[in-house]
Every structure is written in structure tokens, then in C-alpha cells.
Unconditional design. Sequence first.
Lengths: 365, 541
Amino acid sequence: MERAWILGRPATLDAAVAEAGKLIAASTNVLIAGLGTDVAGARAAIALAQRTGAVVDHMYSEAVLRNLDVMRSSGVLMTTPTECHARADTLLLVGPLRGAARDQLLRHVIGNGPAKQSASRRIIWLCPGRDLLPLAETMAAMPVGREIGDLPVLLATLRAQVADRPIAKTSTASKMLHQVAANLKETRFGTAIWSGAELDPLVIEMLCGLVDDLNATTRFSSLPLAPDADAIGVMHVCGWMTGFPMRTSFGRGFSQHDPWLFDGHRLVASGEVDCVVWISAYGHEAPPWRKAPPTIALTAQEVAFDLPAQVHITVGTPGIDHSAVQYFAATGTLAAFEATRPSETISVAAAIERIAAATPERGAQ
Amino acid sequence: MLTHIAGGRIIDPANQRDAQGDVWIRDGRIVDAPNAGADATYDATGKIVMAGAIDIHSHIAGWNVNTARLLLPEYHSAAIARPSEPLSRKGWPALETGRLYATMGFTTVVEPAVSPHYALHAHLELGDTPIIDKATLVVLGNDNYLLQLLHDNESDAAIEDYVAWTLDMSRSLGIKVVNAGGALAFKDNMRAFSFDDVVPAYGVTSRRIVKALQGAVNRLGVPHPLHVHCNNLGLAGNFETALTTIAAAEELPLHLTHLQFYGYGKEGERKFSSAAPQLAEAVNGKTNVTIDVGQVMFGQTVTISADVLRQFNARTHARPKKWLILDGDANGAGIVPYDYRRKDFYNAVQWATGLELFLLINDSWRVFFTTDHPNGAPFTSYPDIFALLMSRDLRARWIAELPPEAMAVTTLPSITREYSLYEIATMTRAAPAKLLGLTERGHLGKGAVADVVVYDDLSDRAQMFRAAALVFKDGDLVVRDGRVVNDRWGRALAVSPKRDRAINRRMKDYYEERYGLSDEFLKVPDYALQRPEPFEFVLCR
């Protein structure tokens, strides 16, 4: 059953919803953050933001926006996890791959690949980081370069090698890079794989440029691995509802996107928002800030929520407590998942719709 | 609830009607004049009354469209200081798409390029697109399963089962093929692909793929014929590809989409000219073939296509210089922004080629009104195109502003034909309903879905079509004086042809074998869409 608290004291769901509605109505600038939720939850959250002139941000916006920033300022060739594991004969892993990204890689790209491809598949790993060398070994991946700091120079050198341009001396043996460049060019269908959480946008841009260059003579594509907490699902919902990704505000009565201005961390740190709705339905993620304005928290049961929340409501986990549409890392698409352990715990969407109903209309629209 | 639209000029080509009269609506349907008095009466005296318009090909939803939004934040109204270009002025979230279409009197719109793996995504966006009803065409012809069937010389029945399964899983109204085999060939590093070229991995030609799908769609009784995006889009001399494809239709129905993009010859100094007359002649002589135009208009837009090979080759022409190419599970996609310029020779030829096709194809039941939104122009430019079709003087004024050397390689300046309102109504109402098998739409006869539009009869035809005086959707008033008054939710139209249930097991096994996955992720369950009535099924023949 749902559990709810007001100022740390157990309360009924009705009372918590009413208190949340009052709090939002009394606030000037609301930030809806975390946003770890399914498509229905994101739709409800964005609709609430539209109604109340709030800002929407996601806990993993940074990783999403690094990739998007490259896409929206240059050119990107992409593929899907399914096509990658069914077709790619070369995987070019770039930078350390940790957390959700590594999970996606191992489970869906490497682990699931048909045996015939896996056997002949070459894996090159640029700058995995010292601690991931054993993992590289278990994947039979060839590590090139060490720490992530070496990556900009290494990639630039590699790109020059691929284009047969002269290169200066680098920390990585040029003979080895020459070999890697040759390997990449003899690929039939290669895929560069990275996590936006770990790479600088300029590195990502260099990498995308390398991939494009490789297509002069062969086929190469790329697969940015997805962050956790349905970040890609939420990005898509933001896209079709507002025209923009997350870090979008409705404060002026229409949607406005600015990755710096509407960064949730910045808004909390600068005191520009006077109310936070924190959504984390997949567990584990609590707000990264130490001090926050009055907060309404909608979280999965397990979340250790350190900050005192004005209102705290336990919500169900999408796909477990209730059926849900969310990003599916195996396919790179939105997919519907029936509840695996259906429960009465309220969904994010239902909780927000009830809060919205308890929030008097206002705003510029 | 009984609604009476009184005294307008009713233009209803499906019922051969063009006369002053009344339209009566009860419970969302058109009814005969009743004895009872109306609950609401709208005076349409001096106005034009038509059925709601139907757009058969407009990229309004799905992964490709949404990624284009994310690629181009600067075209959104809120992102630029002074919105000036059509996309920015109109905005393009799902909500605005539905509202803007309704404002122009469109009540049904087909999203024509949904990859099976992204079907749920497309339907989620369509579900958030208000007022209008929607449908999708699902794309086959670069998918490994079909190519394997053809490679193995499997039976017609096996192909039909697969096509039927795909339509049902993706909740689509019809099948589209995009550069058949070209995307697969591109994955094997081919950079050009024509109708009789062979997909390396399968030894199958583009022609064979098109013919297999055309036959299967026809035998399954799916009302909409196979919707073909030909090979060699955009290339000089490609009218021959279109002619070859038209000839390959033989006697079965076939729809060629955005034909304008295949209307190019190699005449003139720049080896680029309009070949619209040759194409129009071929279409005029082949009554089982239908086409839509894909008209180009000038201004900033973005091209969104499942023709990944074409878009890859076009990426170097991106304006502004950014693009996304997806090597997807079957067709993939390419998103390349583009700015059609009046002063650009090639763009001016493209503009003229589209209008020539409209004006030289003489059967308005077989030429359909599209801009291939947003590829040729955003759908918000439709009213301006209606005006151009209806006035040779207006065309002459435009032509005078365009590069003379471009106009010299087209026949447009010599064409005097002007569309009548009756022909516009045929092309945008009666004919699309017939083409898609929507017997209850596109007309104002008894029993039709009460999608009714009232336009002011203005001499400024663009203004008239831009802002309808009244629009009724399922009998509900949704637009008044060009403004949306009711954001109701529409439905998605789909077919579910009969199939041998054994295909379900075969596809399950195929997904397990190729991807190590259950095929469950392809499903588009009603619950996922969170709308009261997400789908309406259209009967197969």
C-alpha cells in the first residue's frame, strides 16, 4: 500500500496530495526534477509544469545533453543496440563505461549477440581506465591508451591516421594507433560505443567526426549508451510535448529550453526556485544537493531520502508495480512492459495527476 | 444532440454534389434532414461546406520526427527571438500539430513512415496529437525477415502472413516501402541503388521486393495499395526510375509517393530539368496508379526520411550544417535540415516540377495533395499551395520572381489550368478517403463521420484555407473563426487482415534467434496509449 508523510510524519495519501497542491500553489518558481519515471509519469509531470509555469529537468540530463549538443551542432551517424549486436563486426568502445551504460553494453550488445558474429567480432577499447582492464580482458577487447585524460589526443591522432594525415608523437605508440586505424578501415560495419556521462562534448564530437570519416570507404556507425532512470524515454516525451529535451521551462507561458538556465542543480544552488518536486520511481537516486527549498518527493520505496521533504509519497516502480511504457535498452525503443508484481502502490502519473487536481490553476497561459 | 449547418454551398464530390443546402449532424454522424428542430444551428449562407480534409502523407510523429525536433531547437518559436520561418512560427509539438491541422479543416492525417520497432513510439505521439484522427503506414522492404523469405523463394502465403502480422502488431493502416532494398544495400556499403540492383546479402532486387509487397497487400485486401517511395530520390535523370516503377505496377494498384522528388531530367546547361510532363503522361495513361506530389515551397525546413541511403548522400547539403543518420533495424532514418531558396536554380525547378504534376495530371481522383511534410515544405504552407493551384495569375507573379533559367527548363509558365473548389475537394477529401478505404470519411452523405468544415468564400484562397470558419470533428465543434475551441482526442485508424496464426510462433522464434529477445517489445497495447478509444479498425476488402 502507498505510504505518505508530511514533514516526516505518516499521513494519508489524500492529506499528502492536498499538502503538495497547497505548496505548489504557494510557490513562485517550481522545479520538477529527478524525473526518473516512465512515459505516463513524464507526461503528467510536463503537463503539471505547463500548468504551473515550472521547469522540468532530469537527474541524468547532463549525459543526455552532451550527446544532444553534438548532434544539434554537427553530424552524427547512429545505430540501434539490436542492429549493432546483429551486424557489427567491430566495436570501438570509448572511455570507461560504468553503471547503466556498462550494463546495457554487456547485457544487450555483447551478451546477446548471435554466436557467429561474436566469434569474429573485434573489440577495441580506447582508454578504458586502469580499473576496467580486467573487464576488457574478459571481453577479449584490445585496450588502447590508458586513462580518460589521454582520450582527446588519442582520438585526434586516430582520426588523423584514418584520414592518412601526418601526426606528431603521442603518449600512445603511433605504431599501435596506425594498426587501430587500419583495423577500423577494414571493418565492414563498425560501431563506436560510449557513455555521454563520461565524455566531454568535444571528445564526442571528435569521435562522431571519426565515424563520419570512416564512412568515406566503409560503414561505421555509433551507439551512445543510455543513462538510467528512463532518461531517454523522458527526453522523447519532452520532445513531442514541448519541442525540446529536458531543462525546459514554462515560466513564460510557453516552452523555453536552455541547458544552463534551467539546470536543476544551478536553480537549487542559486535559490531561484522555491519548491522542488523530486521524482525517482526507479529507486536509488536521491537529490544530489545538500540544501534544498521545500520539497515534494515521489520516490520508490527503497530510496534513502536524506533531505527533509515537506511531502513524501511512495510511488510504484514502472513495469513492476504497474504496467508502463519506458525506454528499452535492449532495442533502443520505447516499449510497453506489463507489471511483473502488480501492487496498489500509486504510480507517478496518478500521484501527479492528483496533485495537479489539488493545485489551483495559475500561470501566464 | 442535433446540429444544423444551414444554407452553405456544399461541395461533396463523393456524392457528385455542388449546390446550396443543409448538413445535419446527430451523434457524430451525418443524417438526413429530420423533422425535429436543431439543438444548434450555424448559418453557412455564402460560405463553402466540405467534409474534413484527409492528408495521406505527412511526417507528424515517431522517432524520426521527434529526433528532428531535438536536432533543431532553434526552429521552435520559443527558441528564436523573432520567429519568421514556418516551422518556428507554428511550433511543432504534437499538440500544435493537431491544432494547426484542425484550423485548416483537416480531420484525418496519415503518418507514412513508421518502422515496426518504433510503432509504439509513433502511436504515443499520435495519441498526444489532439482533435484529428490519425493513421500510420508501416515500412517494410529493408527488413531481414522479408528479404530472407524472398531469398528462400517462400510462398506468397508466407509473405502475406508476415505483412498481415506486421500491420497488426504495429496497428497500421497500410504498408509503405522506402527505397526497397537500398537501406540494406547501404549497410553492405553500396552507395547507389536502383530498381533492378541486387541487395548483396540476399540476392534480391528492389523490383522483386516491391512486386512481392504490392501483391501481398492486394491479396490481403488492405484497402490502401502499396505506398512506394522509389529509388534514386532527388537525382537528376531519376524520372526514369519513376517511369520504370510505374510500368512495373502492371495492372495492380500502386501508389507512388512524393513524385515531385522523382521528376527530374538532365536537360539544360546544368543538366537538371523538370521531367514532370513525361511523368504526368505516364500517370494519365495508367489508371491503377495513384500519386501524391510532395510539393516544395521556399523556406527553412527539415527533411525526415526512412531513405537512409539518400539522406546519407544528402547530408553534405544540410542547411544548416548538421544532420543525423540512423542505421536502424530495417530502414533506419536520416534527418537533414534544408532551406529551399527562391534564388537557387535547383530549388526553383523543384517548386515548378511539383506544380506541373498537379496541373498536368488530369484526374484529380489520382493525384494527391502533399508536401511530404516537412520534406518539401511544412504542412502549414498548404493554403498557399491551394491558392497557387487555383490561380494562374498568382503563379505568374511567383514565376516572375524566380530564376528565369530555372523556369526555362519547366513547362509551368505555359500552363493555364486552374483548380476549381470542386477539384480541391476531390483531391483533399473524396479521393483520399477512397484511396485509404475510409468509406465513412471524405464525404457528407448520410452515415458519414461528421467531420465537416465551413470556409468563408474569400477571394484570398490562402486565407480561406488557412483559417476555417467552423470545423466539426465527430460532430463536435472544434474550430471557430480559425481558432481551436475544443481539444478533443482522436483515434488511430488501423487494419487487421486475416492471417495464419502460425506466423506468431515463427516471428517469436525469429526475434529470439536474431536478437535474443522476445517480440513482446513490438506490441502497441491499448493501455499504453491512455486514451479512451485509441484505435478504430478499418475493414479489409
